[in-house]
Ligand binder design. Sequence first.
Ligand code: HEM
Ligand code: HEM
Length: 488
Amino acid sequence: MPNTETYNDDVVRLFLLAAAVWGIIGMSIGVYAGAELAWPALNFDVSWLSFSHLRPSHTFGVIFAFGGSALMGTCYYVVQRTGHTRLALGKLATFTFWGWQLACVLAMVTVPLGMTQSKEYAEPEWFVDIIIAVVWVSFGTVFFATLARRRIQHIYVANWYYAAFIIAVGLLHIVNNLALPVSLTKSYPIYSGVVDAMVQWWYGHNAVAFFLTAGFLGMMYYFVPRQAQQPLWSYRFSIVNFWALISVYMWAGAHHLMFTALPDWVQSVGMAFSLVLLMPSWGSAANGLMTFQGSWRKLKTDPAVKFMVIALVFYAASTFEGSMMAIKSVNSLSHYTDWTVAHVHSGSIGWVAMITIGSLYAMAPRALGQPAMYSHRGMEVHFWLHMIGLLLYVISMWLAGVTEGMMWRATGADGSLTYSFLDSLIAIKPLYAVRALGGVLVVSGMVVMAWNLWHTAADARAHLIKPIPVPIPEPVMHQTPAPLPAYP
Ligand code: HEM
Ligand code: HEM
């Protein structure tokens, strides 16, 4: 009996749309917050417009609303294709979309209004946290139920990374947000003092590990071989890197708390594990890049490939930088400076945003039933806007960070500080303006992407009412992973 089932791409399309919209909103808030550091009058003395209120809104917007929507959408797309099966629990999957959007809207509105737990990357108050927890458990249920009904015996490696991302983020979110509500809008964490700091950075660091890294590696392991049109360079290596990454990352969080009240040996453990972490990080970057061996010519013709290759280069660069910054003597210079901000954005605008954009350009036409994106030139323009914006951002913040670090530690012969804090701010002010300009270019690129997606969806809009059935191929039962089947 031929299989007449089709993939459920409705929810994939919704997440695709949400990722494009949240990308523009989250990054625009980043641009505005960055501009405020160069021109502080831009806060107009309005509390919710001040830097401290906008910054968590930016981080939530880009990490959870933009990144989260892209991760959930691609995850649903990938688990169906690699399992040759339709998404399980379709209604629950649709619920995860609306639930996630509700949590994002609530967080993005309440945090700037001052309702916050003051925990970095976990700012929203308890009522938002509960919604997030419910949605996350539902997301995991849909994912694992789909895996369970797969018609291919082997679980393709991208799903391993998505699975680790789902399990770890659920665990981190629930443990770090345990709190006692005292009113509708206020709660207090159950942890205090140095334990609170430890739990918070166990969460914060592993949010980087499992949200900003493992999830996006899942995306990479599916879409890179797809777009290169060849099998992964080394499948075995991808599995070795998986186990190494997930077993090492959990122990490295203490590098965020160097020279604090944390016991010294805990800081040293954090440093040692951060150095070891370079190996699985570079392992995945190398595996992705080597997959393009034999198809480098695509760099000339396929903008999605350009995004993916540069994303992998920045993944390698930012993880190398991170491992170096975890060395205590380097951290004593970089900590509290804009060097950290440069590292964060070489990881997030370089690695996270670029692998997402590359994957969305690869996925969108297929999910929308179109032969290609509406405008090839639009993708090229986006690539260069993003690339130039990224370089302006990270180079300016590297320079600012090193300048701050050097000025703060400069002392005269009598041991007194050579420069005041204000001197260092005046020195880096022009660099803040350059960063804001870089941000404007990155956001402009996102607008071009949204325009391009909108037009690609024009023909497909009717499909939202009557989806084009994408037939699911016959099951292929094999023990070892065969090269990924051809698109879709
Ligand atoms: C248009 C692009 C972007 C601009 C202009 C921008 C701007 C900013 C600014 C001004 C800050 C505050 C820095 C500070 O505290 O001194 C910040 C922090 C941050 N942004 Fe962005 N951002 C952009 C894109 C992104 C993306 C795509 C992500 C993640 C996917 C991201 C993640 C973060 C994180 C995690 C922080 C906190 C960094 C820290 O505490 O060191 N940003 N961003
Ligand atoms: C081998 C991998 C990595 C290591 C060892 C590492 C290490 C570090 C270190 C040492 C810091 C500075 C802590 C401080 O002085 O406060 C840091 C900050 C940070 N890194 Fe990484 N990093 C790695 C990869 C990444 C990647 C790929 C991303 C993003 C996609 C990222 C995002 C961040 C963020 C958001 C912060 C700032 C946290 C904050 O203070 O708010 N890191 N990382």
